[in-house]
Design a protein around this ligand. Sequence first.
Ligand SMILES: NC(=O)c1ccc[n+]([C@@H]2O[C@H](COP(=O)([O-])OP(=O)(O)OC[C@H]3O[C@@H](n4cnc5c(N)ncnc54)[C@H](OP(=O)(O)O)[C@@H]3O)[C@@H](O)[C@H]2O)c1
Length: 282
Amino acid sequence: MKALVTGASGQLALAIRRTWTAHELVLPEESILDLSREEAIREVVASVHPEVVLNCGAFTQVDRCESEAELAQLINATAVGWLAEACEAQKALLVQVSTDYVFDGTGTRPYREDDATNPVSVYGRTKLEGERQAARCSRHLIARTSWLYDAWGKNFLATMLNAAAQGRNLRVVDDQRGAPTTCRALARQLKVAAEEGWQGLVHTTCAGETTWHGFAKAIFEAKGIAANLSPCSTADYPTPAKRPAYSVLDGARRRSLGPDLMPHWHEALAEVLAHPELTGEA
Ligand SMILES: NC(=O)c1ccc[n+]([C@@H]2O[C@H](COP(=O)([O-])OP(=O)(O)OC[C@H]3O[C@@H](n4cnc5c(N)ncnc54)[C@H](OP(=O)(O)O)[C@@H]3O)[C@@H](O)[C@H]2O)c1
Protein backbone atom coordinates (compact mmCIF):
# COMPACT_ATOMS: atom_id res chain seq x y z
CA MET A 1 0.00 0.00 0.00
CA LYS A 2 1.30 3.47 -0.80
CA ALA A 3 0.41 5.94 1.94
CA LEU A 4 0.87 9.70 2.09
CA VAL A 5 1.14 11.12 5.62
CA THR A 6 0.56 14.78 6.55
CA GLY A 7 2.00 16.53 9.61
CA ALA A 8 5.23 14.54 9.31
CA SER A 9 6.92 16.05 12.38
CA GLY A 10 4.08 15.23 14.79
CA GLN A 11 4.02 12.43 17.36
CA LEU A 12 1.43 10.28 15.56
CA ALA A 13 3.19 10.63 12.18
CA LEU A 14 6.39 9.39 13.83
CA ALA A 15 4.53 6.36 15.19
CA ILE A 16 3.15 5.69 11.70
CA ARG A 17 6.69 5.88 10.28
CA ARG A 18 7.84 3.28 12.84
CA THR A 19 4.82 1.00 12.50
CA TRP A 20 3.80 0.93 8.84
CA THR A 21 7.17 -0.48 7.81
CA ALA A 22 5.70 -3.04 5.39
CA HIS A 23 4.10 -0.24 3.35
CA GLU A 24 5.49 2.46 1.08
CA LEU A 25 5.28 5.68 3.07
CA VAL A 26 5.64 9.23 1.79
CA LEU A 27 5.98 11.82 4.57
CA PRO A 28 6.66 15.23 3.01
CA GLU A 29 7.96 17.98 5.27
CA GLU A 30 5.35 20.50 6.29
CA SER A 31 6.99 23.18 4.12
CA ILE A 32 6.10 20.99 1.12
CA LEU A 33 2.75 19.55 2.20
CA ASP A 34 1.52 22.70 3.93
CA LEU A 35 -2.09 22.16 4.94
CA SER A 36 -2.80 25.88 4.75
CA ARG A 37 -2.21 25.80 0.96
CA GLU A 38 -4.87 24.21 -1.25
CA GLU A 39 -2.55 24.07 -4.23
CA ALA A 40 0.17 22.26 -2.27
CA ILE A 41 -2.34 19.64 -1.15
CA ARG A 42 -3.69 19.13 -4.67
CA GLU A 43 -0.23 18.93 -6.25
CA VAL A 44 1.35 16.61 -3.67
CA VAL A 45 -1.59 14.18 -3.62
CA ALA A 46 -1.71 14.09 -7.44
CA SER A 47 2.04 13.56 -7.82
CA VAL A 48 2.35 10.90 -5.07
CA HIS A 49 -0.80 9.11 -6.26
CA PRO A 50 -1.34 7.35 -2.89
CA GLU A 51 -3.82 4.60 -2.10
CA VAL A 52 -4.21 6.03 1.41
CA VAL A 53 -3.82 9.56 2.76
CA LEU A 54 -3.35 9.66 6.50
CA ASN A 55 -4.05 13.12 7.87
CA CYS A 56 -1.93 13.37 11.02
CA GLY A 57 -1.43 17.13 10.62
CA ALA A 58 -3.55 19.44 12.75
CA PHE A 59 -3.48 22.56 14.89
CA THR A 60 -3.46 20.59 18.15
CA GLN A 61 -2.73 23.27 20.75
CA VAL A 62 -6.16 23.34 22.30
CA ASP A 63 -5.69 26.61 24.24
CA ARG A 64 -4.00 28.46 21.36
CA CYS A 65 -6.90 27.52 19.08
CA GLU A 66 -9.13 29.81 21.19
CA SER A 67 -7.14 32.92 20.23
CA GLU A 68 -6.22 31.71 16.72
CA ALA A 69 -9.59 30.43 15.62
CA GLU A 70 -9.11 31.32 11.94
CA LEU A 71 -5.93 29.30 11.71
CA ALA A 72 -7.57 26.41 13.57
CA GLN A 73 -10.47 26.48 11.09
CA LEU A 74 -8.06 26.53 8.14
CA ILE A 75 -5.87 23.62 9.29
CA ASN A 76 -8.40 21.45 11.14
CA ALA A 77 -11.38 21.89 8.82
CA THR A 78 -10.87 23.68 5.48
CA ALA A 79 -7.69 21.75 4.68
CA VAL A 80 -9.49 18.45 5.32
CA GLY A 81 -12.00 19.42 2.64
CA TRP A 82 -9.15 20.03 0.21
CA LEU A 83 -7.65 16.65 1.15
CA ALA A 84 -11.04 15.00 0.62
CA GLU A 85 -11.30 16.48 -2.90
CA ALA A 86 -7.73 15.46 -3.74
CA CYS A 87 -8.35 11.91 -2.43
CA GLU A 88 -11.59 11.65 -4.37
CA ALA A 89 -9.73 12.54 -7.58
CA GLN A 90 -7.21 9.75 -6.86
CA LYS A 91 -9.81 7.27 -5.54
CA ALA A 92 -7.70 7.14 -2.37
CA LEU A 93 -8.88 6.30 1.16
CA LEU A 94 -8.75 9.37 3.41
CA VAL A 95 -7.96 8.54 7.03
CA GLN A 96 -8.86 11.53 9.19
CA VAL A 97 -7.76 11.50 12.83
CA SER A 98 -10.27 13.21 15.10
CA THR A 99 -10.83 13.74 18.77
CA ASP A 100 -12.90 13.02 21.88
CA TYR A 101 -13.19 16.82 22.22
CA VAL A 102 -16.10 16.78 19.73
CA PHE A 103 -18.23 15.88 22.79
CA ASP A 104 -19.24 18.29 25.56
CA GLY A 105 -18.41 15.84 28.35
CA THR A 106 -21.80 15.82 30.07
CA GLY A 107 -22.27 12.10 29.26
CA THR A 108 -22.21 9.44 31.96
CA ARG A 109 -21.27 6.38 29.86
CA PRO A 110 -18.68 5.97 27.09
CA TYR A 111 -19.67 7.92 23.97
CA ARG A 112 -20.70 5.91 20.91
CA GLU A 113 -20.11 7.01 17.32
CA ASP A 114 -23.78 7.95 16.89
CA ASP A 115 -24.03 10.02 20.07
CA ALA A 116 -24.71 13.72 19.58
CA THR A 117 -21.63 15.91 19.36
CA ASN A 118 -21.42 19.32 21.00
CA PRO A 119 -17.86 20.63 21.17
CA VAL A 120 -17.08 23.20 23.85
CA SER A 121 -13.86 24.60 22.37
CA VAL A 122 -12.61 26.06 19.09
CA TYR A 123 -10.35 23.01 18.71
CA GLY A 124 -13.31 20.63 19.13
CA ARG A 125 -15.56 22.64 16.80
CA THR A 126 -12.93 22.81 14.04
CA LYS A 127 -12.08 19.11 14.37
CA LEU A 128 -15.80 18.26 14.12
CA GLU A 129 -16.01 20.35 10.96
CA GLY A 130 -12.93 18.42 9.77
CA GLU A 131 -14.89 15.17 10.22
CA ARG A 132 -17.69 16.56 8.04
CA GLN A 133 -15.19 17.63 5.40
CA ALA A 134 -13.48 14.20 5.43
CA ALA A 135 -16.85 12.51 4.89
CA ARG A 136 -17.10 14.29 1.50
CA CYS A 137 -14.55 11.75 0.21
CA SER A 138 -16.38 8.58 -0.80
CA ARG A 139 -13.70 6.40 0.79
CA HIS A 140 -13.07 7.80 4.26
CA LEU A 141 -12.23 6.55 7.73
CA ILE A 142 -12.59 8.95 10.63
CA ALA A 143 -10.77 7.66 13.70
CA ARG A 144 -11.59 9.54 16.91
CA THR A 145 -8.91 9.15 19.52
CA SER A 146 -7.96 10.79 22.84
CA TRP A 147 -5.12 11.94 25.12
CA LEU A 148 -2.36 10.91 22.68
CA TYR A 149 1.21 10.44 23.88
CA ASP A 150 4.26 8.29 23.33
CA ALA A 151 7.97 8.15 24.16
CA TRP A 152 8.52 10.99 21.67
CA GLY A 153 6.83 14.29 20.91
CA LYS A 154 5.25 17.00 23.04
CA ASN A 155 2.66 15.40 25.31
CA PHE A 156 1.48 14.91 28.89
CA LEU A 157 3.99 12.12 29.63
CA ALA A 158 6.93 14.32 28.60
CA THR A 159 5.53 17.26 30.60
CA MET A 160 5.14 15.12 33.76
CA LEU A 161 8.61 13.55 33.50
CA ASN A 162 10.26 16.94 32.89
CA ALA A 163 8.40 18.59 35.76
CA ALA A 164 9.30 15.76 38.16
CA ALA A 165 12.96 15.89 37.06
CA GLN A 166 12.96 19.58 38.01
CA GLY A 167 11.48 18.71 41.42
CA ARG A 168 8.40 20.85 40.79
CA ASN A 169 5.21 20.58 42.84
CA LEU A 170 2.60 19.16 40.53
CA ARG A 171 -1.11 19.84 40.82
CA VAL A 172 -3.00 17.88 38.18
CA VAL A 173 -6.71 17.94 37.41
CA ASP A 174 -8.66 15.03 38.83
CA ASP A 175 -12.14 15.77 37.45
CA GLN A 176 -11.65 15.21 33.71
CA ARG A 177 -12.00 11.56 32.69
CA GLY A 178 -10.72 10.05 29.47
CA ALA A 179 -8.51 7.36 27.98
CA PRO A 180 -4.76 7.97 27.54
CA THR A 181 -3.84 6.46 24.18
CA THR A 182 -0.41 5.71 22.80
CA CYS A 183 0.47 6.83 19.29
CA ARG A 184 1.99 3.41 18.57
CA ALA A 185 -1.22 1.53 19.49
CA LEU A 186 -3.25 3.90 17.32
CA ALA A 187 -0.74 3.54 14.46
CA ARG A 188 -1.00 -0.27 14.63
CA GLN A 189 -4.80 -0.14 14.66
CA LEU A 190 -4.93 2.31 11.75
CA LYS A 191 -2.60 0.06 9.76
CA VAL A 192 -4.97 -2.90 10.09
CA ALA A 193 -7.97 -0.64 9.49
CA ALA A 194 -6.49 0.69 6.22
CA GLU A 195 -5.39 -2.79 5.11
CA GLU A 196 -8.85 -4.18 5.75
CA GLY A 197 -10.63 -1.18 4.24
CA TRP A 198 -12.58 -0.03 7.32
CA GLN A 199 -14.75 2.98 6.54
CA GLY A 200 -16.90 5.48 8.39
CA LEU A 201 -16.54 6.75 11.93
CA VAL A 202 -14.64 4.58 14.45
CA HIS A 203 -13.69 5.28 18.07
CA THR A 204 -10.04 4.30 18.49
CA THR A 205 -8.67 4.80 22.00
CA CYS A 206 -6.96 2.56 24.50
CA ALA A 207 -9.33 0.68 26.83
CA GLY A 208 -10.15 1.76 30.37
CA GLU A 209 -10.36 5.28 31.73
CA THR A 210 -8.76 7.57 34.27
CA THR A 211 -8.26 11.23 35.10
CA TRP A 212 -5.21 13.33 34.25
CA HIS A 213 -4.19 12.99 37.91
CA GLY A 214 -4.69 9.20 37.73
CA PHE A 215 -2.57 9.11 34.59
CA ALA A 216 0.20 11.13 36.24
CA LYS A 217 0.12 8.91 39.34
CA ALA A 218 0.42 5.77 37.18
CA ILE A 219 3.40 7.26 35.32
CA PHE A 220 5.28 8.08 38.54
CA GLU A 221 4.45 4.74 40.18
CA ALA A 222 5.61 2.79 37.13
CA LYS A 223 8.83 4.80 36.96
CA GLY A 224 9.43 4.65 40.73
CA ILE A 225 9.53 8.46 40.91
CA ALA A 226 8.56 10.06 44.23
CA ALA A 227 6.93 13.13 42.69
CA ASN A 228 5.24 15.95 44.60
CA LEU A 229 1.88 15.22 42.99
CA SER A 230 -1.52 16.36 44.23
CA PRO A 231 -5.00 16.46 42.68
CA CYS A 232 -6.84 19.66 41.80
CA SER A 233 -10.12 20.52 40.11
CA THR A 234 -10.64 22.07 36.69
CA ALA A 235 -11.88 25.19 38.48
CA ASP A 236 -8.51 25.44 40.30
CA TYR A 237 -6.65 25.34 36.99
CA PRO A 238 -8.40 27.71 34.55
CA THR A 239 -7.37 27.44 30.89
CA PRO A 240 -8.44 29.49 27.82
CA ALA A 241 -10.23 26.45 26.31
CA LYS A 242 -12.98 24.50 28.06
CA ARG A 243 -12.44 20.75 28.11
CA PRO A 244 -15.03 17.98 28.44
CA ALA A 245 -15.29 16.57 31.97
CA TYR A 246 -15.96 13.10 30.58
CA SER A 247 -14.78 12.02 27.14
CA VAL A 248 -14.39 8.24 27.29
CA LEU A 249 -15.16 6.70 23.87
CA ASP A 250 -16.97 3.38 23.39
CA GLY A 251 -14.95 0.93 21.27
CA ALA A 252 -17.74 -1.56 20.42
CA ARG A 253 -17.96 -0.58 16.74
CA ARG A 254 -14.18 -0.96 16.37
CA ARG A 255 -14.26 -4.39 17.99
CA SER A 256 -17.02 -5.45 15.58
CA LEU A 257 -15.01 -4.44 12.51
CA GLY A 258 -11.97 -6.68 12.90
CA PRO A 259 -8.88 -7.25 15.02
CA ASP A 260 -8.89 -4.95 18.06
CA LEU A 261 -5.33 -3.81 18.69
CA MET A 262 -6.07 -1.19 21.34
CA PRO A 263 -4.69 -2.38 24.71
CA HIS A 264 -5.77 -1.21 28.16
CA TRP A 265 -4.14 2.17 28.83
CA HIS A 266 -2.12 0.66 31.73
CA GLU A 267 -0.59 -1.97 29.43
CA ALA A 268 0.06 0.66 26.75
CA LEU A 269 1.80 2.91 29.30
CA ALA A 270 4.08 0.04 30.37
CA GLU A 271 5.05 -0.54 26.73
CA VAL A 272 5.94 3.13 26.25
CA LEU A 273 7.90 3.36 29.51
CA ALA A 274 9.98 0.36 28.40
CA HIS A 275 10.98 2.29 25.29
CA PRO A 276 14.79 2.79 25.12
CA GLU A 277 14.36 6.59 24.89
CA LEU A 278 12.73 6.52 28.35
CA THR A 279 14.86 3.89 30.05
CA GLY A 280 18.08 5.71 29.18
CA GLU A 281 19.23 2.87 26.91
CA ALA A 282 18.77 4.81 23.65
N1 LIG B 1 -2.54 15.01 20.97
C1 LIG B 1 -3.69 14.54 21.43
O1 LIG B 1 -3.89 14.38 22.64
C2 LIG B 1 -4.82 14.23 20.47
C3 LIG B 1 -6.03 13.75 20.99
C4 LIG B 1 -7.06 13.44 20.12
C5 LIG B 1 -6.88 13.60 18.75
N2 LIG B 1 -5.70 14.08 18.28
C6 LIG B 1 -5.54 14.23 16.82
O2 LIG B 1 -4.55 13.32 16.42
C7 LIG B 1 -3.86 13.82 15.28
C8 LIG B 1 -2.36 13.75 15.51
O3 LIG B 1 -2.05 14.58 16.61
P1 LIG B 1 -0.62 14.60 17.30
O4 LIG B 1 -0.84 14.35 18.74
O5 LIG B 1 0.34 13.78 16.54
O6 LIG B 1 -0.28 16.14 17.14
P2 LIG B 1 1.10 16.88 16.89
O7 LIG B 1 2.23 16.11 17.49
O8 LIG B 1 0.86 18.29 17.29
O9 LIG B 1 1.23 16.77 15.32
C9 LIG B 1 0.47 17.58 14.44
C10 LIG B 1 1.40 18.01 13.36
O10 LIG B 1 0.69 18.82 12.40
C11 LIG B 1 1.57 19.81 12.00
N3 LIG B 1 0.96 20.95 11.34
C12 LIG B 1 0.44 22.07 11.90
N4 LIG B 1 0.10 22.94 10.94
C13 LIG B 1 0.42 22.36 9.74
C14 LIG B 1 0.33 22.78 8.39
N5 LIG B 1 -0.14 23.98 8.04
N6 LIG B 1 0.76 21.94 7.42
C15 LIG B 1 1.26 20.73 7.73
N7 LIG B 1 1.38 20.28 9.00
C16 LIG B 1 0.96 21.09 10.00
C17 LIG B 1 2.27 20.23 13.27
O11 LIG B 1 3.45 20.94 12.98
P3 LIG B 1 3.97 22.07 14.02
O12 LIG B 1 4.21 21.35 15.30
O13 LIG B 1 5.19 22.57 13.32
O14 LIG B 1 2.86 23.06 14.11
C18 LIG B 1 2.57 18.87 13.89
O15 LIG B 1 3.78 18.34 13.45
C19 LIG B 1 -4.41 15.23 15.06
O16 LIG B 1 -5.42 15.18 14.09
C20 LIG B 1 -5.04 15.58 16.39
O17 LIG B 1 -6.10 16.52 16.25
C21 LIG B 1 -4.67 14.38 19.10
